[in-house]
Write a protein that binds this ligand. Structure first.
Ligand SMILES: [Zn+2]
Length: 275
């Protein structure tokens, strides 16, 4: 069996076997709870569980099953072993393949919801054939799913890492710095600018680490490792509450496993162990 997800925009003419359905109500996803297991519903048609989705997008094939993203109205109830859960919660229960498709589904549904009208002339858009895009029948403007690139950077200095508590964090959590890329900027320029703006230091040796789709609502996190070059920490109080150099044996509360920020911090800690 092929486990790799094969993305596609061309749904089958008819479903002959049950498919995975990633159904959202607001920002939560429908799952089936059986004992301690949480599963993505598998069925031919959501009618089987009395759901009438307001929008449906075909996503592709996983484990020889078709996959669909859908949205249902807030007012529609669900019953039995079905419930709606946040992706934050589901991260701990779904395997990586299913979780990644859930992220994709959420981003596509959110885009569909927010691109009903042409952003140039205001007419109602239509789905474009064969590609994931919407087209305005009046002015011809084409709207692709919106992806907003954001950089995220782990800065090292003498065996310590720079972690900051952002104003926007709800809890007492420290993380690596992050920010949106501006028009006309390279990713490296965005990394340098964000670090300088938020904590006032200069960095060097910027290297690519990895990336992660982040559908809250439409980011793509592009992660970098960098080294301290010069300057003293001076925080931008609009964005940051506190920023400090932390050594591996004295870390504050850090983000959960779902985020690439955590993957970067773990990478640093593991590398320190093997140094
Ligand atoms: Zn238009």
């Amino acid at each position: 069996m092929d486990h790799k997800f094969i993305p596609s925009n061309s749904p089958p003419d008819r479903l002959n076997a049950p498919a995975f359905w990633f159904i959202f109500r607001a920002n939560k996803m429908l799952v089936r709870e059986v004992g301690h297991e949480i599963m993505v519903p598998i069925m031919i048609d959501p009618k089987e569980i009395n759901i009438k989705p307001s929008r449906i997008h075909y996503l592709g094939i996983l484990q020889e099953r078709h996959c669909f993203a859908a949205e249902m109205a807030e007012s529609q109830p669900v019953s039995g072993d079905l419930s709606f859960q946040s992706l934050w919660h589901l991260y701990d229960y779904l395997d990586d393949d299913l979780f990644n498709i859930a992220i994709r589904a959420r981003q596509i549904i959110n885009w569909d919801r927010t691109s009903i009208f042409c952003s140039r002339c205001g007419s109602r858009t239509k789905d474009k054939a064969k590609i994931r895009a919407k087209e305005c029948p009046d002015c011809g403007f084409i709207m692709f799913p919106r992806i907003s690139p954001a950089i995220i950077v782990l800065v090292e200095k003498d065996g310590k890492i720079l972690l900051a508590r952002a104003v926007r964090f709800k809890e007492d959590i420290y993380s690596v710095l992050a920010g949106f890329v501006e028009p006309g900027e390279t990713l490296e320029e965005a990394v340098e600018r964000e670090v300088e703006e938020e904590v006032g230091i200069k960095i060097k040796d910027i290297r690519y680490f990895g990336s992660q789709p982040w559908p809250f609502p439409d980011s793509l996190m592009i992660a970098f490792i960098a080294r301290y070059k010069s300057g003293r920490i001076k925080i931008d109080k609009e964005e940051i509450v506190d920023a400090r150099w932390f050594s591996p044996d004295n870390l504050p509360n850090i983000p959960g496993n779902i985020s690439i920020a955590r993957r970067m911090i773990d990478w640093f800690l593991n590398r320190k162990k093997t140094d």
